[in-house]
Design a protein around this ligand. Structure first.
Ligand SMILES: Cc1ncc(COP(=O)(O)O)c(C=O)c1O
Length: 236
């Protein structure tokens, strides 16, 4: 199969944005090696989230960063700004600088956005308890949700925690009902996920309190109870 293609690029997310599981990066690096492929990691949901100092999936697994051809991330999530980054070998970065349409016809990062992201990074390094709290709160939400019978899919203790409902209309209805009770959660529908895997996607932050988490899971469980059971997807 591999010999049918001149180049192969494997693209993965560090933490999966819809399911909250973590890519098995060491295994993917082996696949890259074995098949002479290129590997790209989107760290949108892993930078500032996993890894001892929030350094992302590379730090989480302690892999040689040079074993990934292209690191990509956004500044718009844990880094509280707007814009993004690409990192790779000097040759690759030069190539991208002169060929990516986005670099040819659009402006770069603004100074305020750059300063905001840099400050977020510095705060993260200076105040590691923020990451500890984020992990504790995420684990707390996941545990309570599972105990309440919520289908959290393959979420692996990251701050991305789905509640798989399996029906777009019900998802939107649930999201609206929770919003009226002061809880902001987005419904994720087809084509972001398969229709049968439509879900609410909860994002936990280190600023959420235990009380907020308990109340949210309780309200979610109460609302799910009002749905007809066979219309919920079975726990995977
Ligand atoms: C997996 C993933 N990659 C990249 C992005 C891009 O983020 P932005 O356009 O805010 O830089 C997002 C945003 O939702 C994302 O979820």
């Amino acid at each position: 199969m591999r010999d049918r293609f001149r180049r192969v690029l494997i693209v993965v997310e560090g933490v999966y944005s819809m399911d909250g599981d973590i890519a098995d990066l060491p295994a993917l690096i082996q696949v890259r090696r074995r098949h002479g492929a290129l590997l790209m990691v989107d760290e949108a949901h892993s930078i500032g989230v996993i890894g001892a100092t929030g350094g992302g999936v590379g730090e989480y697994f302690g892999v040689d960063r040079g074993d990934v051809d292209l690191w990509m991330g956004t500044l718009s999530k844990s880094l509280a700004s707007c814009g993004g980054y690409l990192a790779g070998s000097g040759a690759l970065v030069d190539y991208l600088r002169y060929t990516l349409p986005g670099f040819i016809y659009s402006a770069g990062l603004t100074p305020p956005n750059t300063a905001a992201a840099l400050t977020a990074l510095r705060v993260m390094r200076a105040e590691p308890d923020r990451l500890t709290r984020l992990r504790q709160r995420s684990a707390e939400f996941l545990r309570l949700a599972r105990e309440a019978g919520v289908n959290t899919g393959t979420s692996a203790g990251t701050p991305v925690i789905p509640c798989i409902v399996g029906d777009s209309l019900r998802c939107v209805h649930l999201a609206n009902t929770l919003f009226e009770r002061g809880i902001s959660v987005n419904p994720i529908l087809y084509p972001a996920v398969e229709e049968r895997l439509s879900r609410l996607r909860f994002f936990i932050t280190g600023e959420h309190t235990s009380e907020q988490i308990e109340r949210t899971v309780q309200l979610l469980a109460d609302e799910l109870d009002t749905l007809v059971p066979q219309q919920l997807v079975e726990v995977q």
